[in-house]
Design a binder for this molecule. Structure first.
Ligand code: NAD
Length: 499
């Protein structure tokens, strides 16, 4: 049995807590590795190393820091297949989807190559007689990030790339479900020229997370995962005086107007609802057709497409639409919620409950499900299922459809499919959700924009990546300087506006 490690001070380090978690191959159900779960002492060691390394890194000019990012991008491209394979083996997603996971993280690293430009401060020449004023964007010191299982390459890079480009040291606590790719990323960053101790990976569970939240040296914490944990981390981190941003769960609605291209809408729903087995925070889990006729047409288009979906292990290459879910517990939770849908009266139009894959009977595969006539009081509507289950809620009017997206407690992403620019424009302006797609089902912003939901999908003020990340990982210091031309007349004791 492979025993995974932490990555500290440029070395793979064995866990010393004596606690481990199983890492599965979701396609076969086998335990393929054990990952150590750090205790507070191991976390404190990592923080000590980070704090000692960070000042020299912060003093390294931003262009040199950017060059590490440049090299890292080329190493990611060199190792793309290897990274995708390791990712699929632990997560279960298909190989092309795993490569996409790495690619979307890589794009944030590319953005961070612009650090010298992004870290420029403001300057006012002659704010008063002989007085100049300028601001600096300085790193925070030691930052930490806690990441979910569903994007084990992209989300760690969303955090550590800007943090490190800004001059911070970073401690990554990845998901214990799929920790191998984060460890590989840390190795690659060092191969790219990053000094030891600036990026460390400390594996663990709640104990390691609490050690991060309570450590006085850690200045900022980034979290992505489920909403209850996001809320917990935000509260405890903030009360300990840290800068914290937490991104939580989702329940993304896609509204289909009567004038939409129904084939285009159905194709979009298939990819957005079932891709990655629905284990995406930007997956569409609720389809809202407007009008009975639209709903009937949509269901008619969806059913044959769903029945054609190919579910299988990543080892089948490009010939698979989606793979298994991450654990047997995730599978059991999806099955439980599907049963509540049936019990509470939703119409199970496509029933994936008996799905089994020959040769992979112990894998965590879940067949595709489609529910029609779902209502907002049902559990399958209220809660995030995070599986290949699409719920159709029929709305009679546009206002009713908009109201559904607005009234749901989650507000990560949403989409509208229509040919009417006026409706699309109204939707984008009024809906209280963070990321909007117009005829685009998964509107994930590119690296140079920012990513973040609203409502219970987020706790904190700034979004991830893009310009917001450079704000989150720096602190502004403003310097007012006065040179002799302003003090020739003698001392000035009154506090007064510049003149
Ligand atoms: P999770 O909340 O179970 O775990 C996320 C991280 O928190 C992991 O590193 C885990 O070790 C840690 N953790 C788990 N339980 C903890 C506890 N009790 N105390 C402290 N730390 C704990 O989430 P997951 O299952 O890994 O990921 C799926 C969730 O993430 C979904 O809800 C999905 O919507 C969400 N997600 C959100 C975004 C976004 O940007 N909004 C992106 C991806 C995933």
């Amino acid at each position: 049995m492979q025993e995974l490690t932490h990555y500290m001070n440029g070395e793979h380090v064995k866990g010393t807590s004596g606690r481990f978690a199983d890492v599965f191959n979701p396609a076969t159900g086998e335990v393929q590795a054990k990952v150590p779960l750090a205790n507070a002492d191991e976390m404190a060691k990592a923080v000590e190393i980070a704090a000692a390394a960070q000042p020299t890194w912060a003093a390294t000019n931003p262009q040199r820091r950017a060059r590490v990012m440049m090299k890292f991008v080329s190493l990611l491209n060199r190792d793309m297949d290897k990274l995708a394979e390791a990712l699929s083996r632990e997560h279960g997603k298909t190989l092309p989807d795993a490569a996409g996971d790495v690619q979307r993280g890589l794009e944030v690293v590319e953005y961070c190559i612009g650090a010298p430009e992004l870290l420029k401060g403001d300057y006012t020449d002659g704010a008063g007689p002989g007085i100049d004023m300028y601001s600096m964007k300085q790193p925070l010191g030691v930052s930490a990030g806690i990441t979910p299982f569903n994007f084990p390459a992209m989300i760690p890079m969303w955090m550590f790339a800007p943090a490190i480009a800004c001059g911070n040291a970073f401690i990554l606590k990845p998901s214990e479900r799929d920790p191998s790719v984060p460890l590989m990323l840390a190795e690659l960053m060092e191969e790219a020229g990053l000094p030891k101790g600036i990026l460390q990976v400390v594996n663990g569970d709640k104990e390691a997370v609490d050690a991060i939240l309570d450590h006085p040296v850690i200045q900022s914490v980034g979290f992505v995962g489920s909403t209850p944990i996001a809320e917990y981390i935000y509260g405890r981190g903030c009360s300990n005086g840290k800068r914290v941003q937490c991104f939580g769960g989702a329940k993304n609605h896609m509204i289909i107007m009567p004038d939409a291209d129904m084939d285009q809408a159905a194709d979009a729903l298939i990819g957005a609802g079932y891709g990655a087995a629905g284990e995406r925070c930007m997956a569409i889990s609720v389809a809202v057709p407007v009008g009975e006729e639209t709903a009937d047409k949509l269901i008619e288009k969806l059913v044959p497409r769903i029945e054609k979906l190919k579910v299988g292990p990543y080892t089948s290459g490009n010939d698979v639409d989606y793979g298994p879910v991450v654990t047997s517990a995730a599978k059991a939770n999806i099955e439980r919620l599907v049963q509540t849908g049936v019990d509470q009266g939703a119409e199970l139009v496509v029933d994936g409950r008996d799905f089994s894959l020959q040769g992979y009977e112990d894998g965590f595969f879940v067949g595709p499900h489609l529910f029609d006539k779902v209502t907002p009081d049902m559990d399958i509507y209220k809660y995030e299922i995070f599986g290949p289950v699409l719920s159709c809620v029929r709305a009679q009017t546009y206002e009713e459809a908009l109201g559904l997206a607005m009234d749901h407690e989650m507000g990560n992403g949403t989409a509208i499919f229509t040919r009417d620019g006026d409706a699309a424009r109204d939707f984008a302006a009024r809906v209280n959700v963070g990321m909007i797609g117009i005829n685009v089902p998964i509107p994930v912003p590119l690296a140079y924009h920012t990513f973040g939901g609203w409502k219970k999908s987020v706790f904190g003020d700034l979004n991830q990546h893009g310009p917001d990340a450079f704000k989150f990982y720096t602190r502004t210091k403003t310097v007012t300087s006065r040179w002799p031309s302003g003090i020739k007349e003698g001392g000035e004791f009154n506090f007064k506006p510049m003149d």
